[in-house]
Structures are given as C-alpha cells and as structure tokens.
Design a protein around this ligand. Structure first.
Ligand code: PLP
Length: 378
C-alpha cells in the first residue's frame, strides 16, 4: 500500500471552501479595506459573540496578543510571570519582552499542561501573573489555577493559541482569565492565510488599552496617548477568518472523531501512551500527541512509510539555548525533561481520511510488533 500521509494538509481545506474564500477576498480588494475597516470589525464582533464576551481585539499574531495582554495588565520590569515549561516559546518570550521574568513551571504527567502544585512552589513576592496554556487543545487545570491566582492575587492570561472553542466544565477556555489570547496562524485549528491573532476580554479597561497599544497608542489618528506598537489584524485575514469561523465547530467535531478512532485502533499497545482527556473537558485536538520511549525510532519508521510526524516540542523551554542563562537542570522540571524525549505528534487534521488514519495506525502496530523488538532491552 502506498498512502502518503502529510502532517497537515492546508490545501485540502482550502479546496473545500475555495468559492467562499475567493468571494470574501474579492470583496476586501474591491473595497480596499486592508487595514481596520468593516471586515476586521465584523470578525471581531463575530468572534466576541461566539465566546459570549464583550470584547475581541484583532491583532497581528498570537505572540503579539500575549505581549499586548501582559502590557495591558501592567506587567513589566521586576515582575515574575509563571509559564509552563512545555509550550511554544511565545508564551515565555513575550514575558521577557515586557522586562519581566518568565518563571517556568513543570507540567502534569497526565495532561501535559501547567502543574498547579509546582506553580504554587514557584510563587515569590514578585509573582504577578500566570499564563496557563491549553496545550495541544486540552484545557489546563483551571480550577486549581484560578484558586492559586485568587490566593496570591495573580492575573491570569490564558494562551488559547491551540485551543479554539475547547471547554472546561462546559465553559469556553479563554473566558476564565482576565484575557484570552489566540493565534490564527495558518495551521492552527482556526487559521488565516498568513499571520493573525486576537485577544478576548470582559474587562473594558483592558480592551481599551489593548486597542490603543496595538495601534501606536492611539484610538484616533494622530492622537498618541502612549507609545505602542503596530499589530493589527488585516482586512483580508479577517474576511478569511469570518468564512472559516462558520466551519470551526464542524472541523473540531471531525478532529475529535479522528482522535477517537486513533484511540480505538491503538488502545491495546502497551508501549504507547495515548492522550487522555481531562474529566469534564472537551479537547479540540489541535495536535494528537502520543508518547513512547522509542519515539525517535518510531518517527523514522513512519517517515520511511511516507507518514509525516512532528515533535511538540523537542526541547522544553528551560532547556533551549535562549533560557540557558537561568541555569536550569533536568531535575528542576522532571516531567517536561523526560517527556521532551518521548512526545510524538501524529497527523490529525479535519481532512485526514479514514484510510490514511488506518494506515498510520497499522504502521505503528507494525513498528511495535516487529521493529521495536530490536530496541527492547532483553
Ligand atoms: C502558535 C502559538 C503561539 C503564537 O502564535 P503566533 O500567531 O504564531 O504568533 C503562542 N502560543 C502557543 C501555545 C502557540 O501554539
């Protein structure tokens, strides 16, 4: 059998909605509504409505959304912000960008999100905020995190870049903290055709600051009330996102269905740990991440069969060169340290076919049935 399975196939989705996308882009071009304008406003309203919050502010990308949120909360030099050890670097680098210090927290072994107990142990009198990341599409332990935030007076920013419309106890993630931040990077669950991002909040003051700060410190042209940055959602991306927003629930349901199929077909493999869904939560499976001590061998075996996989992330943040100056050791983050060698993301996107999924699962079974033996200790 020669089935090729890419890690993600953005063209398949584009083809399915091509006519609507072209019409939407055509309207923006006809009206030259490139920066701000009615398409950006329409998307911001639709996204805020979908989340049941009063404010959505479209920005340039998900990294800027985090930076703007931190600045809106007044985070700066001398402050410390708790961030998970396992996440995309944006979560930590934006803290440093404000002049504050990112303080890494180990992850929960079952769910891979920030461990609230370890977070409690890392709190000092300088700690001002905590950024739970709903990693891979799985909600973080919000009850414990909110309790911690309450007890120590910490602001909560939820990094929802991988978790569009995931729910924790029936409530959408992104609506628990002071701010929820989103990325619409093309491969995210809700993806633009370029860089794009947004913040959502119920706080009027945060919303006003974010809008100002993201637009050179001004709400009205040439009235710069403060120094800001240029980080705007553009009209083309907004119009594209507005089309895609109509499909997101359908796509998320398909992701969940594919995850269920993976679980059915791989459940009996002892050497492979499958993703667990936190009780009372919906996982939106931005990524389907399995774990095995034979990760590198399995990845090579699958590549030879035409199956692309990825690693999220090959190194936990405390161990990347950018954070070497903190001098962290493996024993400071034992779970993240161990798992960075074991995590493997399998192909999962709404257009993945049952045939492709079965081929991936059969190949994994073949690996553990035959190939793996030579790596097993006697
Ligand atoms: C993608 C991502 C970001 C950054 O989003 P960009 O739009 O690429 O800047 C931030 N945090 C997490 C967890 C992400 O996965």
């Amino acid at each position: 059998m020669s089935v090729r399975v890419p890690f993600v196939d953005l063209r398949a989705q584009y083809r399915a909605i091509q006519a609507e996308i072209h019409a939407a882009i055509g309207r923006v071009l006809e009206e030259a509504a490139f920066i701000k304008g009615k398409y950006v406003e329409a998307f911001e309203h639709a996204y805020a409505r979908a989340y049941g919050v009063p404010h959505c502010i479209g920005v340039g990308n998900g990294t800027d959304a985090l930076f703007i949120a931190l600045r809106a909360l007044g985070i700066g030099p001398g402050d410390e912000v708790l961030v998970p050890a396992l996440t995309w670097i944006s979560t930590a680098e934006t803290v440093s960008l404000t002049g504050a210090r990112p303080v890494f927290v180990d992850i929960e072994p079952d769910y891979y999100t920030l461990d609230p107990e370890h977070a409690a142990a890392r709190i000092t009198e300088r700690t001002r905020a905590i950024i739970p990341v709903h990693l891979y599409g799985q909600p973080a332990a919000m009850d414990a995190i909110l309790e911690l935030a309450q007890r120590y007076g910490l602001a909560v920013i939820e990094d929802c870049a991988q978790a569009h419309f995931a729910c924790y106890r029936g409530r959408l993630v992104g609506t628990f903290g002071s701010v929820g931040t989103f990325s619409f990077y093309p491969a995210k669950n809700l993806g633009a055709y370029g860089d794009a991002g947004a913040l959502i909040t119920a706080d009027d003051a945060i919303a006003t600051f974010a809008r100002k700060f993201a637009n050179h410190g001004s709400l009205t042209k040439h009235e710069h009330e403060l120094e800001g940055i240029n980080s705007r959602l553009d009209g083309l991306q907004a119009a594209i996102l507005q089309v895609k927003l109509r499909y997101i629930h359908q796509w998320t349901a398909r992701r969940a269905e594919l995850a269920r199929r993976y679980a059915e077909l791989l459940a009996d493999l002892d050497e492979l740990v499958l993703p667990r869904i936190r009780p009372h939560c919906s996982h939106v499976f931005h990524l389907y991440v399995v774990r095995t001590p034979w990760r590198d061998e399995l990845q090579r075996f699958l590549a030879d069969r035409g199956i692309q996989t990825q690693i999220h992330y090959p190194r936990a943040l405390p161990f990347v060169p950018a954070y070497q100056h903190f001098g962290h050791r493996p024993e400071d983050f034992p779970v993240a340290w161990r798992f960075q060698h074991e995590l493997l993301s399998l192909p999962l996107y709404p257009e993945l076919t049952e045939e492709q999924l079965q081929y991936v699962c059969q190949s994994i079974r073949d690996f553990f049935a035959h190939q793996c033996r030579q790596f097993l200790r006697p």
